[in-house]
Structures are given as C-alpha cells and as structure tokens.
Design a protein around this ligand. Structure first.
Ligand code: ZN
Length: 400
C-alpha cells in the first residue's frame, strides 16, 4: 500500500483493509454467498440493509468489459479513479499545461440494482488500479561499473536509463546505487498529455566563397555564424509517468540565425591520385597521422604526419608553390625540407637521402625537392610528410 495519495488515503478506511484483501483474492465482484463478504457485511463498513423491503441501487464499475463491483457512491468512485490518475501529475512542471489525463481503458459506471443489497468497498477499485503486470527492475551498481557498461550488459539503451532515472548523473554512479532498468507495468495505463514550450537554438548556415589566393582545403572565416532562436511548442505524452511520444505543435522564430561566410581555397596543390600515388611521393602508406605505437620504443606517441614507404631515391615533390624555409639536417628528421606556402600553410618532408633545394629558393607545385631515404629517426626508406596550419600539425590526408 505504498504510494497512497492524500486524497485516496482519506477515502480508504483502514479498519477493513484486511477483510478486503480476502475479498480481493477472488478477483471478481463478490456478493452475499462468500464468507468474506459476510464478514465484511458484519463489519458494518459497507452498507447492508437486511431489513429494507425494496432493493438498493448502486453504481456498477466495468473496466474493459470486466465488472469490478457495485459501489454505493458514484462521486466517490469517480474520485478514486481521479486520485489514482493524479499520481501521474506529480512531476509536471509549473509552466507545463496539462491537456489531458486519461486511462487507456474503457471505464463504464452504470446505475444498477444491487442483487444482494451489499456494496463493494472502494478499496476494490484502489487495489485493482494498483495491480501490476510487471514490477520495476533495479540494477545495483557494482565497483568499477559505468553507465555505458551497464547499458550494454543489461541491453537497455542509455536514453531509457536516463528516462527511468531522471535524477541520475551518468558521470557519477557509485557502488550500491540502485538504477531502474525496467519500469513497473500497471494493469491499466494512465496517459498524460502535456503542452510544454521550449526556447531552442537554430543552427546557422555557412556560405563558402571560392578564393584562389588560398590553397585547396584552406578555409578562412570572414564572418562568424550566430545561432538563432525559436520557441517550440511540444505536446508530450507520458504513459505511466514516462515519456512515450513527442509532437511538435508550433515553431515561432524569435531570432534569425546569421549565416557564416567562409573563404575556401582553390589554388592548385598536389593531390592523392589513388593507389600508391600520394602526390608528393609514390609509395605505400606505412603509418598514418595521430597516435601510434612508436616503432623503436613501442610506446604510444603522437605521429605528426604520414609515412610513405618507397625505395631509396624515389623523387619527392613540392605540395604546391612556396618558399623553402629549411633544407638540411634536422636530427630526428634527418635530411629535411620545409616549404612555406603562405597563408599559414607549411609542408615538411623528412628522412631524405638527398636534398635538391636550398633555403630561400622558390619552388613550384610538383617540383622535385629531394629523394626518399632513411636518414634521422627512421627504420627504413620512407618519406615522412607533415602539414602545418598556423604552426599546428593537421592530418595531411585533409590536404592531399
Ligand atoms: Zn613519420
């Protein structure tokens, strides 16, 4: 008898609850023939007029075709149903509007003559409404658990866990926390429809302007975009207290978004032509950009470029027009060339067996600047090719 609302508490007379439990076990309306009903009648809680010459009338409640009983007071019957429904409104926020609260069942209340002059107690309705098809299932958090691991193991989507546990902070779960993974299923669903209004962001669009003073794939923001705002009216349907359906009723723009303007480069560069032709060199990709296991130390380290294995002496070509800013020994990089292409873009070529350019020299797109080797920190013949934008290493595959 948990979850009694104040309203229903006042209606249920505690004195006969144990008697009614016995009646309820029979699971259908019980009239004079049963012992339990006789006890109930003698308990004088229900009305039983032994001496009345004419039959009494009562209100028969039928739910989805099943008769629950005959009750004395129609208003009290309605209030019992209402009190149960009100349980599902306790989480409604102040600025939400309740549009509808209803049972997903056909409930009929009909005035009838009682065949035995005995009324059923309202507790029959209360208990019927509180029956469950399934109880809620809780998971007890174990040491080392994460919400993602629990979701995967119990095969429950994270979104569902969040719905069932609105107070849960997914980043902070502790051993012995109880997390609901299946909600209880009552015999009769209560469907609540709310109207709620949210202020939401509107994404901005981006306009690209082709710019032949920038190299291909370079982007310069001319005008930053600004998100707009809109007021969205939703109808949200809750079934037994959990969101079930969302419908957008209306969208009112409040602030138009500001389109972003971006210049995008079109100036020619070498490009990967598929297969083994990486533009700057022909060979086989042996290591990509990003974190990798160092071939010497076996530790995970950041690889600031790509490695392309090729026979010693294979020509290495300038990515695009530019000025040589480094051509010589670099220690780790061995024989190395760095070309400044302007607009913050630089390309780096390492481990060369020979260098074909000198510092200060202007080179043009596709010009041979050196040859593949294994000088410096290298396990075999390959080109280490890096791209920097304003000093920061970026993935070369976004540039070739
Ligand atoms: Zn490398």
């Amino acid at each position: 008898m948990k979850l009694l609302t104040k309203f229903s508490k006042s209606m249920i007379l505690a004195t006969f609850s144990s008697v009614m439990k016995a009646v309820m076990k029979l699971r259908k309306p019980v009239f004079g023939t049963s012992v339990a009903t006789l006890v109930l009648a003698i308990s004088s809680v229900s009305v039983m007029n032994m001496t009345a010459p004419k039959p009494l009338t009562g209100y028969q409640v039928t739910v989805d075709g099943q008769v629950w009983g005959i009750f004395e007071d129609e208003k009290m019957v309605e209030q019992t149903f209402c009190a149960y429904k009100e349980r599902f409104l306790k989480n409604v926020e102040a600025d939400d509007i309740v549009l509808n609260v209803e049972f997903d069942a056909k409930i009929e209340i009909e005035e009838v003559v009682t065949p035995t002059n005995v009324y059923n107690s309202l507790e029959v309705i209360f208990d019927q409404l509180h029956r469950k098809k399934d109880q809620a299932v809780y998971y007890t958090v174990q040491p080392g658990d994460s919400i993602w691991a629990i979701a995967a193991r119990e095969n429950v989507p994270i979104a569902t866990i969040m719905t069932y546990n609105p107070e849960l902070d997914v980043e902070k779960i502790w051993p012995n926390d109880e997390i609901m993974i299946e909600s209880e299923v009552p015999f009769i669903d209560v469907v609540v429809t709310l109207e709620t209004v949210e202020i939401e962001e509107v994404a901005y669009e981006t306009e690209f302007i082709k710019d032949n003073s920038l190299f291909r794939n370079q982007r310069v923001v001319v005008k930053p975009g600004v998100e707009g705002e809109k007021e969205v009216t939703y109808n949200i349907t809750y079934r037994n207290g959990y969101p079930d359906d969302v419908e957008i009723i209306q969208e009112v723009p409040l602030k138009e978004p500001v389109t972003s303007v971006v210049r995008i480069g079109t100036m020619a560069t070498l490009r990967r032509l598929g297969g083994n032709n990486f533009g700057v060199v022909v060979g086989r990709l042996s290591s990509g950009f990003g974190n990798r296991r160092d071939p010497f130390t076996k530790r995970i380290t950041f690889h600031n470029g790509i490695d392309i294995s090729a026979p010693r002496g294979t020509p290495i070509k300038a990515y695009t027009d530019g000025k040589v800013v480094k051509a010589g020994w670099d220690g780790m990089g061995g024989n190395m060339v760095v070309i400044d292409h302007g607009n913050g873009l630089r390309t780096e070529y390492a481990h060369m067996s020979s260098i074909g350019v000198r510092v200060g020299q202007y080179v043009s797109i596709g010009q041979t600047i050196g040859r593949v080797g294994a000088t410096g920190y290298a396990t075999g013949n390959h080109l280490h090719f890096s791209v920097r934008v304003n000093g920061k290493y970026v993935n070369p595959f976004n540039y070739i």
